[in-house]
Design a protein around this ligand. Structure first.
Ligand SMILES: *Cc1c(COP(=O)(O)O)cnc(C)c1O
Length: 354
């Protein structure tokens, strides 16, 4: 296939905002780079992507995104090493997953080269926005939504694929206290939990607000049917360490196939850390906390990479996790970020040079 990169029209901003940004004190995902990539689906096909200044988009009030929530997104990061090389981490997996999500939401799938070549072109235009400070990166948000209009509850006939980027510091500061959910669910069998569908996150906000009001920062999602199995940590996959074994649930309709999760599984195995991919019951975690065999719990996802859990609440009781000097969480986080930022060899072939 010949590359589309030369066919992508680029309209550059006349007024860069880069000098207004304090790159030493970046939050997560709250300032946006100068440009965005926009690609339209209409008349039954995706049209050539364009790069233009970051700006508001005009939509009809009857656009189906507003009424039926037909939207999916991805989250990924770009890093710049000391030699100014730009790197992505397993980007083809994000592209594939975007299309898996789209398919479930009846959104037309995007050609892989529009995603990959479009992203490369956008990173080239905004490469000065990629932060270099330890722990920081350029967070990348590709998304697709129904821009076509009409109140009829059916798939739209027009869509937009957009990529915006945001120079970002690290996602979480410190360890979190989480609440194991006994009532609400984020996903169900046959549902859309495996897709990065916008509405999944809206549905999490209210139960998370309730948990926050009780003094927890995050919800641990359990299965919708029995609430007996631990499935995810907020919008992250979850790992539990009992004695020396790392355990994470199998992906399913309900558990999202995280790229960080599968990287941790491969990395841990290559470091001779025993890994079990199997269902985890709330009971065994509570029992392990009581008898001292529960060593660590952490969330895993692109934004935070690894997010250690300090304590969990279940049925009105709080359980503290031990404070270990050497944790799998910090070891695995360092191994992954060193690979991502080109500080170490990448025996897995995960790093992708832009
Ligand atoms: C995005 C996401 C993850 C993590 O996926 P990564 O590819 O590792 O970023 C896990 N769970 C949910 C629900 C998610 O939306």
């Amino acid at each position: 296939m010949s590359s589309i990169i030369n066919d992508i029209e680029i309209i550059k901003t006349k007024a860069t905002k880069i000098n207004d940004v304090d790159f030493d004190n970046l939050q997560f995902g709250s300032v946006f780079s100068d440009h965005m990539l926009v690609c339209d689906y209409k008349d039954g096909k995706w049209h050539m992507p364009k790069i233009m200044p970051y700006q508001p988009i005009a939509l009809d009030p009857s656009a189906k995104i507003f009424h039926y929530g037909q939207s999916v997104f991805e989250g990924m990061k770009a890093y710049k090493d000391v030699n100014e090389n730009v790197w992505l981490f397993r980007p083809y997996d994000n592209c594939k997953r975007l299309n898996i999500s789209s398919k479930r939401l009846a959104i037309p799938e995007l050609p892989e080269d529009y995603f990959m070549e479009g992203l490369k072109a956008l990173l080239e235009v905004d490469k000065d926005w990629i932060p270099t400070k330890e722990g920081s990166s350029l967070y990348i948000r590709p998304f697709v939504f129904a821009s076509g209009n009409g109140f009829h509850a059916s798939p739209a006939d027009a869509y937009k694929f957009i990529i915006c980027t945001a120079p970002s510091g690290s996602y979480f500061s410190g360890e979190v206290k989480v609440l194991i959910e006994e009532k609400y669910s984020r996903s169900a069998n046959g549902g859309v939990g495996f897709a990065k569908a916008g509405g999944n996150y809206a549905g999490q906000f209210y139960p998370t607000q309730l948990a926050k009001a009780k003094g927890y920062q995050q919800v641990i999602w359990t299965d919708d049917n029995t609430h007996e199995y631990i499935e995810e940590a907020g919008a992250m996959n979850i790992f539990v360490r009992i004695n020396d074994t790392l355990i994470t649930g199998p992906t399913s309709d309900r558990i999202l196939d995280g790229i960080t999760r599968k990287s941790i599984i491969e990395l841990a195995a290559s470091e001779n850390i025993p890994v079990d991919v199997r269902k985890i019951t709330v009971n065994e975690v509570v029992e392990a906390a009581k008898n001292g065999s529960l060593k660590e719990m952490f969330g895993a996802g692109t934004a935070a990479v690894v997010s250690p859990i300090a304590a969990f609440g279940y049925k009105d009781t709080d359980y503290d996790l031990p404070k270990l000097e050497k944790t799998y969480a910090s070891f695995l986080k360092k191994r992954i970020t060193d690979i991502q930022t080109n500080k170490t060899e990448d025996p897995f072939g995960w790093r992708f040079k832009v």
